[in-house]
Design a protein around this ligand. Structure first.
Ligand code: NCD
Ligand code: ZN
Length: 353
């Protein structure tokens, strides 16, 4: 049976960067057009390290939304070497934080405040394990002598395995996985371990960064890997298994920061993310598993209810614009290149509600 129309519970984005200030205001409408909730990454500069900062950031997000928008930002705490366990416990129990984010120091954008010694924050893991608070991990080592294409695997072997054995009840999400090794590790784990998968890692392999020249629009962290990894990610995402769910890792950067001799890591994908994922599920003959990946597995892991509203997608070709123009508060204009720029996608959202 070929499906050309699909209605699913409204999805959530379990890994999202919306930045702050003028850029946030500008990207927000096109970022949350279809998602009901999103785990908001705390890697601002400076990052979200206190309850007060999270409350203030959430307020800024909510006040940037249009009046009748019911989008719910789910805030996270950025872990540092000296983060206080009292902040973690209080913030989680009071419903301010839904998770803590562990960035290995200098692994990615705004991660210089991150953790330098994973063993030194044992007290953090302990408290999180005891209160059932999810730990979200950017799973890459940063050692310069480890090849950038191996950093995820080395992180799993050196750090994640031990962490899970030491804290068997800890809820962990290995964020934006990029390797076959990670898909195997997650789905065969006996622990409370899940993973998010981005649309771009389902569509591109590492060649995209070098096609006809250096293409920073396809540069993100962890970097896309070889084709066998992309294929494994597609099998994992479309499997319907509860340990895999949607996390776009949409990460907008100003054009000048991408078009630079030292371009920033991050792909801005959220505007067409659901259509992008749907295309993958269609190509893999797994449209019936899309709802699990996009709308069910995430809330179940986080212990949240399913969204009441629904989203309808129809098989209708549409072209993704080369740029998304944004009007900044100061009157200037910014152009962001969306993922799939200039390409045609075959599924379109036709109804939310
Ligand atoms: C993200 C960003 O720009 O904030 N960049 C990225 O390449 N994914 C940070 C991150 O999630 O690594
Ligand atoms: Zn991210």
């Amino acid at each position: 049976m070929t499906l050309d129309k699909l209605t699913i519970h409204q999805p959530d984005d379990w890994h999202l960067h919306i930045r702050d200030g003028a850029l946030m205001k500008a990207v927000l409408p096109s970022t949350i057009n279809v998602f009901s909730r999103a785990i908001i990454m705390p890697n601002l500069d400076p990052p979200i390290r206190t309850i007060q900062e999270a409350i203030a950031y959430k307020k800024r997000i909510l006040s940037a939304l249009s009046k009748n928008n019911s989008f719910t930002p789910l805030m996270t705490l950025y872990l540092t070497n000296d983060i206080s366990t009292a902040t973690i416990e209080k913030g989680f129990k009071e419903g301010i934080f839904h998770a803590c984010k562990l960035y290995p120091a200098n692994a990615t954008t705004n991660s210089s405040y991150g953790v330098t010694d994973f063993d030194a924050i044992e007290n953090v893991y302990k408290i999180m394990e005891s209160i059932g608070m999810p730990l979200l991990i950017h799973g890459e080592v940063t050692d310069r002598d480890v090849d950038i294409f191996d950093r995820e695997k080395v992180f799993i072997d050196r750090h994640l395995s031990n962490l899970l054995y030491k804290h068997p009840k800890l809820k962990v999400v290995l964020e934006h996985i990029t390797t076959e090794y990670a898909t195997e590790f997650v789905q065969s784990s006996n622990f409370d371990l899940a993973a998010t998968i981005t649309p771009h890692h389902l569509h591109i392999n590492r060649n995209a960064m070098f096609e006809g020249g250096l293409r920073s629009d396809f540069y993100c962290l962890p970097v896309a890997k070889r084709e066998n990894n992309r294929l494994a990610l597609r099998r994992a995402a479309t499997s319907g298994k509860s340990c895999f769910f949607l996390g776009t890792d949409s990460a907008p950067h100003l054009r000048k920061s991408k078009k630079s001799s030292c371009g920033c890591a991050g792909i801005f994908n959220s505007t067409y993310a659901l259509e992008s994922y749907t295309q993958v599920f269609d190509n893999e003959n797994s449209l019936t598993n899309l709802e699990k990946f996009a709308s069910i597995n995430g809330p179940e892991f986080y212990g949240l209810p399913l969204n009441k509203k629904h989203v309808t997608l129809e098989k209708k070709k549409h072209k993704i614009p080369e740029f998304i123009s944004l009007d900044l508060e100061d009157g200037s204009q910014e152009k962001l290149v969306p993922f799939h720029a200039g390409e045609e996608l075959s599924w379109k959202i036709t109804k939310v509600g």
